[in-house]
Write a protein that binds this ligand. Structure first.
Ligand code: 5GP
Ligand code: MN
Ligand code: MN
Length: 491
């Protein structure tokens, strides 16, 4: 049945959904005609539900938007007064990171070199649900003490040194460390004590043993060739980002693994219990939109758990990048590499929106702050804007973008990828395995498994060109470089 929700298109790639009673700021929708038609009724109903939820002052639906857990995946939700676990998601701080190496593309032209790289990488950073990095060599030891440091300190110099992560990579993180609800690490330590004592997270050691691994689903590692756009502005920005044209780079996608998942799921249960106890209705009757008003013990507990999970995700990504670099060095001795950036798409951050402090929930959305914005002062990207890492799909590529002033209209945010257009089952039923594999073969893109995971085929995702055209036409961000896949490591 149709939701009857209509998008009023005002520009080529910007539209609005007015509120039912015109009572506040309309929902902003980013997308050209093709993208606008890609939002199904469930997705549109979810974005309206999110907007009408208590304390929410603004929501944005991005071109990669599709139905998610309460709120759509591909949305931004702003609230000065409330925190929402659903619009952060069960994979707290799922993120993208990009490593730029000094290897010229010719060095990986040979299939056998790429096969050797796949083996060297998967030996160090296994994929698959529940799997960890226990086999790591080089004397890295995942003790409980180190685990505690990781989740309470994030990428601190001590944690980086203990794990063989270059300390200077910390400044290439959107956030290298997350603090507790009161702005201290002490509150995180207290919360972690409680979590371990009450066995909220069981087998903490096993969870810490997952550091440096991708996990299952659509988390991936992908070897790329960096292609910087042939424009003076793109070249200047690429230089600051540390991109190297015609050289090998490596894109990673993963989050906080089992540790973050358990914390997030326990929070949903806790909040549901509180809603039932207090007799408060769920927003739009959807329990996935449970929330906590800021300043309450429930909100504090959630913010602490989110920070603990986020610290795990940060160190997880940095360790993966260190292990990937180590793998490259084994196959191609002398390789050097630098982290370009690490940026999340499942997190709530306290930011200034339209002059007011608010929590910006990015659910499958990426922060997009342009050069000159006060929040980037003191970072390597103060003048250019920070790198935006946007995965598309292995066949059509991915991009590195940089924000434009227009992103002020979207609470300084863009999408986080192409976004699914087919559910996993639908993809498995309609797409042809042989055709998918043949497409990868003819493009000479290798993958680690015998068959490419059919539910992850490029056609299961929206048309990436439509998505990018929408972002650029709306004035949110522009492309700096394209990333061309040479091999994919996925589940
Ligand atoms: P999500 O975080 O919502 O699970 O997915 C992030 C995005 O990654 C998707 O919207 C999709 O565009 C992109 N993506 C998924 N799999 C791959 C892959 O194997 N390679 C690349 N380059 N992008 C992918
Ligand atoms: Mn993700
Ligand atoms: Mn994830």
């Amino acid at each position: 049945k149709s939701s009857g929700i209509k998008i009023h298109q005002t520009d080529e790639a910007i539209g609005f959904i007015p509120l039912p009673d015109n009572s506040g700021k309309p929902i902003t929708v980013i997308g050209n005609d093709a993208i606008r038609n890609s939002f199904d009724d469930t997705c549109l109903q979810q974005i309206v539900n999110s907007r009408m939820s208590p304390g929410v002052t603004e929501v944005i639906l991005n071109p990669d938007g599709h139905a998610g857990y309460g709120a759509p995946i591909g949305c931004v939700m702003v609230s000065p007064t409330h925190i929402y676990p659903g619009p952060v998601g069960v994979d707290i701080k799922c993120s993208m990171s990009l490593l730029q190496t000094d290897i010229p593309e010719e060095a990986v032209a040979d299939k056998s070199v790429r096969r050797a790289l796949i083996d060297a990488i998967t030996e160090r950073t296994p994929t698959g649900a529940g799997r960890g990095t226990r086999s790591v060599k080089k004397g890295r030891k995942f003790t409980k003490e180190l685990g505690i440091q990781v989740v309470t300190e994030g990428a601190s110099p001590a944690v980086c040194e203990a794990l063989g992560i270059p300390v200077e990579w910390a400044e290439r993180c959107e956030d290298s460390a997350h603090l507790g609800h009161d702005g201290t690490a002490e509150s995180l330590r207290k919360r972690l004590d409680f979590i371990l004592e009450t066995k909220r997270v069981k087998n903490f050691g096993d969870k810490i043993g997952q550091l440096g691994s991708y996990g299952g689903g659509n988390h991936f590692g992908e070897c790329e060739i960096t292609r910087i756009l042939d424009l003076p502005s793109a070249k200047e920005t690429a230089e600051v980002f540390g991109l190297k044209d015609g050289h090998v780079s490596f894109l990673s996608h993963c989050g906080s693994r089992g540790f973050g998942n358990i914390l997030a799921c326990a929070q949903f249960k806790d909040l549901e219990t509180m809603f039932n106890k207090w007799g408060i209705p769920y927003p739009a009757g959807d329990k996935k939109l449970v929330y906590a008003p800021l300043g309450t013990p429930e909100a504090n507990a959630y913010l602490d758990d989110m920070a603990l999970g986020a610290n795990f995700a940060t160190v997880n990504h940095l360790l993966i990048n260190a292990l990937v670099l180590e793998a490259f060095q084994e196959v191609l001795p002398g390789t050097t590499g630098k982290l370009v950036y690490f940026i999340s798409h499942n997190i709530a951050r306290e930011e200034i929106v339209e002059g007011r402090k608010a929590w910006v929930h990015r659910k499958g959305a990426t922060r997009a702050v342009p050069g000159g914005h006060f929040s980037l002062a003191g970072t390597p990207f103060a003048e250019t804007g920070h790198p935006i890492l946007l995965p598309g799909n292995p066949r059509d590529g991915s991009v590195v973008m940089v924000a434009q002033g227009g992103a002020e209209r979207t609470a300084w945010s863009v999408n986080h990828g192409a976004g699914r257009q087919m559910g996993r089952k639908h993809a498995a039923q309609t797409l042809d395995q042989a055709a998918v594999d043949a497409e990868f073969d003819s493009a000479d893109i290798l993958y680690n498994s015998r068959k490419y995971p059919i539910d992850e085929s490029p056609d299961a995702y929206k048309n990436f060109a439509d998505v990018l055209n929408s972002v650029e036409a709306a004035g949110l961000a522009k492309t700096v470089a394209k990333l061309e896949a040479r091999f994919v490591i996925k589940d």
